[in-house]
Design a protein around this ligand. Sequence first.
Ligand SMILES: CC(C)(COP(=O)(O)OP(=O)(O)OC[C@H]1O[C@@H](n2cnc3c(N)ncnc32)[C@H](O)[C@@H]1OP(=O)(O)O)[C@@H](O)C(=O)NCCC(=O)NCCS
Length: 154
Amino acid sequence: MIRPPRADDRNACAALLAGLPEWFGIPESNAAYVRSLETLPAFVAVDDETEALQGFVALQPHGHRSAEILVMAVDREMHHQGLGRALIGAAERWCAEHDVGWLHVKTRGPSTYDEAYERTRRFYRGMGFEVLYESLTEWGPEDAALVLVEHLDC
Ligand SMILES: CC(C)(COP(=O)(O)OP(=O)(O)OC[C@H]1O[C@@H](n2cnc3c(N)ncnc32)[C@H](O)[C@@H]1OP(=O)(O)O)[C@@H](O)C(=O)NCCC(=O)NCCS
């Protein structure tokens, strides 16, 4: 089940990020991601029966027509079972309801190769996102930043 987050989801979201240190290894950033659920458009995936939290996504709107996936994560035990696709679907529906035509995400680029982020890039490409650009200056030469975008109006 996909639904908006509640205040009592925050500990579970924090625990989920802590369980994915290859992607979420900076505690201060993780705390900011969890706080963002209080203010940003966001969705959580929960088990239909137990209501255990399995994943979440938060969107950062930019102007009227553009929204960025600020954070997205699925419990490691639940990868490859369709939850990521379901969360992207919820984000796309939110964009459609708010006349947002561009959904984008910034993640680590291939120029500073990392196997974990290779999987992330494959996921987004599988969801229909295309590479807009890679930057070695945005986060610095040790951490290439790749912007992927989906044009929802097409
Ligand atoms: C990326 C992530 C959110 C994907 O969630 P998920 O629930 O595993 O993804 P899904 O099962 O919904 O996969 C959706 C599609 O992408 C494909 N996919 C998912 N992971 C993939 C991978 N590593 N390589 C290739 N394809 C992949 C699936 O095959 C699936 O395609 P299908 O529906 O045609 O079978 C999840 O793996 C995750 O939390 N990763 C760690 C954190 C992260 O990378 N967050 C994003 C940071 S910007």
